[in-house]
Design a protein around this ligand. Structure first.
Ligand SMILES: *[C@@H]1O[C@H](CO)[C@@H](O)[C@H](O)[C@H]1NC(C)=O
Ligand SMILES: *[C@@H]1O[C@H](CO)[C@@H](O)[C@H](O)[C@H]1NC(C)=O
Ligand SMILES: [Ca+2]
Length: 281
């Protein structure tokens, strides 16, 4: 190790091992199991008071100057930690997968309910928190972002997007579509229509197939939890093949996928607020 590096390491250790602030100590996250190593220190907005309900609020409060990273939000009673994609405009990331990463997406109902993985890496935020986030009086938009092996980016948005409660098996409700990707969640009306489907996991079969879609394997890897029909025109939770019809499949491989949410009125709010802020200057 060269001397410059060891100084860096010592500084890093000092920084990481200093005492926790009172706010850090007091912070109780409902999803602390999704924190990476280094935990609370990696959260950008730890303070004493209540937290914003999602990343778009943080982005707006910072006058669109906040950076991507780990933040605390409070969509309902309990604060949770999430990854905020600020570069794309204040989006709360609810799913991220890297093809062939070590994070296992072949999980139970309970795991999909409260989330798994690590918020600075691949993760599923949890159906319960997706339900909380999308149950505000203002409707939410779902944004899908796909990156193929040539680093080409495609995206799609459903507006509105709502995940119902557990008593409705976290059913998905999707509105109008726009984007450069195919409308893979709503396009097929025969057996691959994901809109209005309940969530299925390997231990809870709510799909429309004679077997459990979440258990069907491709090259030894099961499909993971999803809003299956019989079975899928899209599935972002099978870790060896990110599937989105012609945009991402086993012949046209994708490397990354994200699912993220933001209130539908984000821009409308801004068009009201932003010009008046300028007037005041
Ligand atoms: C996979 O994607 C390719 C390229 O877009 C397309 O030609 C092919 O039909 C797709 N395969 C499936 C099974 O959807
Ligand atoms: C994932 O791993 C499989 C098996 O090793 C490989 O065929 C495939 O190309 C990999 N996918 C990506 C996107 O790298
Ligand atoms: Ca079934």
């Amino acid at each position: 190790m060269n001397p410059k590096n060891s100084v860096g390491w010592i500084l890093l250790l000092l920084f990481q091992c200093g005492p926790l602030t009172n706010a850090e100590k007091a912070l109780e996250l409902a999803n602390s199991h999704l924190l990476p190593t280094g935990g609370h220190r990696k959260l950008i907005n730890v303070h004493a008071e209540g937290y914003p309900r999602d990343c778009s609020e943080i982005f707006k409060q910072s006058e669109e100057n906040s950076k991507d990273g780990l933040y605390v939000i409070q969509p309902a009673k309990e604060p949770i930690a999430v990854y905020c994609n600020m570069q794309d405009g204040g989006w709360t990331v609810i799913q991220h997968i890297t093809a062939n990463s070590t994070v296992d997406f072949d999980r139970t109902w309970q795991d999909y309910k409260y989330g798994f993985g690590s918020i600075d890496d691949n993760y599923w935020l949890g159906n319960e928190y997706m339900h909380q986030l999308t149950s505000s009086p203002t409707p939410y938009t779902l944004r899908i972002k796909l990156v193929d092996l040539n680093a080409e980016i495609k995206w799609g948005e459903y507006e509105p997007f709502h995940i119902e409660s557990e008593s409705s098996q976290y059913r998905i409700r999707l509105g109008l579509y726009r984007g450069s990707a195919i409308d893979a969640l709503c396009q097929d009306t025969e057996a691959y229509l994901h809109d209005n489907q309940k969530f299925t996991t390997k231990d809870r079969d709510n799909d429309n197939y004679f077997q459990n879609c979440a258990k069907l394997e491709y090259n030894g890897i099961a499909g993971g939890g999803w809003w299956y029909d019989a079975c899928a025109g899209a599935n972002l939770n099978r870790k060896n093949v990110i599937y989105w019809q012609q945009d991402c499949n086993k012949t046209h491989m994708c490397k990354y996928a994200w699912m993220m949410v933001r209130p539908v009125d984000y821009h409308r709010d801004c068009s009201k607020v932003c010009p008046s802020q300028k007037d005041e200057l």
